[in-house]
Write a protein that binds this ligand. Structure first.
Ligand SMILES: Cc1cc2nc3c(=O)[nH]c(=O)nc-3n(C[C@H](O)[C@H](O)[C@H](O)COP(=O)(O)O)c2cc1C
Length: 278
């Protein structure tokens, strides 16, 4: 089916079926951090990547490439490397914050032994077992196609990452549209991952997206309301946060997102209970 969206500018409809479908889909999609090991159709992976390749990118430079990892040993290696290098690194940085302000994945109330805590945090994720990992790579040379100003030294060179983020977002949406779950696994320390998949050094190892059937129920997400984020004709200074409000915002954010986070992960409550300081 091809879309035939000719609305009348003089009398535009209140909405269109396409808009409603899109809104439903973006609200339905959620990060799924507990995926079943059962296989997914190869054709679904192709369908997901077919959507991804239509992402926007600076000058249409299309900096992305995707590695579809199905090999169980390689998936395990990706996971173990993530846990031992990324997760361990992020954990010790998160420990520098008050418990209630840490990222939701790094809060284990009542467990003060850091090694026990880290183990519980790691066990909340089981994505090595997800049947497919899509690895998103970027080739910065393709961004030579965009305006030179985007590469000016001393200015943020964001076009590569913006393009990769757009493609990754579409992967998540396409997965949700097929009933699949997906997780965004940020890579903070990429070097070791290159070796696992023989990725050339010059390429950016951007992201791992485990794909599979969700093992958790969908539940509604949380976002700031439009009247908090939209300005009309000029910046509304009433919406501008003081530094103190920015600090308080973190508490509000954590309060709103921690329940959703917990429900998207592997349930480790028994393990948490056993490790809790008595
Ligand atoms: C730049 C970026 C980095 C993210 N990193 C991670 C990550 O490393 N691990 C993870 O489980 N989710 C990660 N996420 C997913 C967010 O936590 C998630 O999108 C957010 O909490 C909203 O929840 P939802 O996706 O369920 O709507 C990331 C998302 C983005 C866009």
């Amino acid at each position: 089916m091809s879309l035939d969206l000719k609305t009348d500018p003089a009398a535009p409809p209140a909405t269109t079926p396409e808009y409603e479908t899109l809104l439903d889909l973006v609200k339905f999609r959620m990060s799924v951090r507990n995926l079943k090991p059962d296989p997914i159709p190869d054709d679904y992976v192709t369908k997901v990547l077919e959507v991804a390749r239509w992402a926007m990118s600076g000058a249409n430079s299309q900096p992305w490439e995707f590695v579809v990892v199905k090999d169980a040993a390689k998936r395990r290696q990706l996971y173990d490397t993530y846990m031992n290098e990324n997760m361990e690194f992020i954990y010790w940085m998160e420990r520098q914050r008050a418990l209630e302000l840490r990222h939701p994945a790094f809060q284990v109330p009542g467990v003060t032994d850091p090694h026990k805590e880290l183990k519980i945090i790691q066990d909340k994720q089981n994505w090595y077992d997800a049947p497919v990992h899509i690895v998103v790579l970027g080739d910065g040379r393709r961004q030579w196609g965009t305006v030179q100003g985007a590469h000016t030294f001393g200015r943020a060179q964001t076009h590569l990452w913006d393009g990769l983020a757009n493609a990754s977002q579409l992967i998540h949406l396409a997965a949700a549209s097929l009933g699949l779950g997906a997780q965004w696994v940020t890579i903070h320390i990429p070097e070791a991952f290159h070796k696992i998949l023989d990725v050339p050094d010059l390429l950016t190892f951007y992201l791992i997206i485990p794909l599979g059937w969700p093992a958790v129920a969908r539940r509604p997400g949380w976002r700031r309301e439009l009247d908090e984020i939209v300005h009309h004709d000029h910046y509304n200074r009433d919406l501008y946060m003081t530094n103190e409000q920015a600090y308080e915002w973190l508490f509000r954010l954590r309060g709103a997102t921690i329940p959703k986070y917990k429900s998207s992960e592997v349930d480790v409550s028994a393990q948490e209970e056993a490790a809790r300081d008595k």
